[in-house]
Write a protein that binds this ligand. Structure first.
Ligand SMILES: [Zn+2]
Length: 305
């Protein structure tokens, strides 16, 4: 009887998985077929909380700025709760199935993930991520993902007097390399020059722009960012992308997939469900913004209950 019940639960789960992919574009077809033919056991689907930080500063706090002591308090708490921070590369390796190109669903990938994985991200590429956050990450052996806006990094790298001030500098190419060399930090792409509200809001389509021109504009920008990260910062070509201001579009996502991005971060709040063998489960990852205004206890209660 128990076995029959368990089988019924698996069938219902499989049906729900199929129902979840509601977009209807071609790229989801693989996961529909996969979900229908191979019900996911409990260990094949995990919940992945992702927290989004930005600036880390002692001198001020705000929606996108947190005190280093608060960051450390958060990290200690995550670990106390049994979470193990991991990079999105590790998550993508576990999910697997995308080596053949966009939307190809295959059998789950490489290394195992810890029982309760989570991901810590820092957006925009602030120099204070190296100055304040990296020592904390090192102290606790805590991996993280830093999503860099390469036009900001180029400015700090090439403009006299603009580097290495925690209050306003962006990471230089050497700083990015240093983060990578720590062995704890994965570098992600946060666009080259699309972290703006005008004339284009993030990666959004501009009014009057043809779809072809729009796709080409995103492609050129993201390839430029990748090229700077590989050639100037000398880090591996990113597989992670974070949408500026969380603005995303279907065309944008298709371009991201064509360029080989495997983990795509939104600013929609919530916990994502990740499935082994289903690379599409990494294409619209949710994140909780850790505002410096919210306070440690309130944030923990809101996100982790
Ligand atoms: Zn940003």
């Amino acid at each position: 009887m128990k076995k029959i019940l368990w089988f019924a639960v698996i069938l219902i789960c499989a049906a729900l998985c199929v129902g979840t992919f509601g977009y209807g574009e071609g790229l989801e077809i693989g996961s529909r077929a996969h979900a229908a033919s191979l019900p996911f056991s409990k260990s094949e689907e995990i919940e992945l909380p992702i927290v989004m930080y930005h600036s880390v500063l002692k001198s001020k706090k705000g929606k996108y700025t947190i005190h280093p002591d608060e960051l450390e308090r958060d990290i200690v708490r995550y670990i106390e709760m049994g979470y193990t921070p991991v990079t999105l590369r590790a998550v993508a390796d576990w999910v697997g199935g995308d080596e053949g190109g966009a939307g190809v669903t295959g059998v789950g990938g490489g290394a195992d993930l810890p029982e309760k994985p989570m991901v810590i991200t820092f957006d925009d590429g602030h120099y204070n991520n190296l100055y304040y956050a990296l020592p904390i990450l090192k102290k606790h052996g805590c991996p993280a993902v830093v999503n860099v806006v390469t036009s900001f990094s180029r400015f700090s790298s090439e403009t006299a007097g603009e580097a290495h001030n925690p209050n306003y500098s962006s990471l230089t190419w050497d700083d990015i390399r240093e983060l990578h060399d720590s062995g704890l930090v994965e570098i992600g792409n946060h666009t080259h020059a699309m972290h703006k509200f005008k004339p284009r809001y993030g990666i959004a389509q501009v009014s009057g722009e043809t779809v072809d021109a729009y796709r080409q504009a995103i492609k050129t920008d993201l390839e430029t960012a990748n090229r700077y990260l590989v050639d100037s910062a000398r880090v591996p070509c990113p597989i992670t992308f974070a949408y500026p201001f969380g603005k995303y579009t279907r065309e944008g996502r298709e371009v991201l997939q064509e360029l080989g991005f495997r983990a795509i971060l939104t600013c929609n709040e919530g916990v994502s469900k990740i499935r082994r063998g289903d690379p599409n489960s990494l294409l619209e990852l949710k994140r909780y913004n850790r505002s410096g205004n919210e306070g440690h206890e309130r944030f923990m209660k809101r996100v982790f209950g």
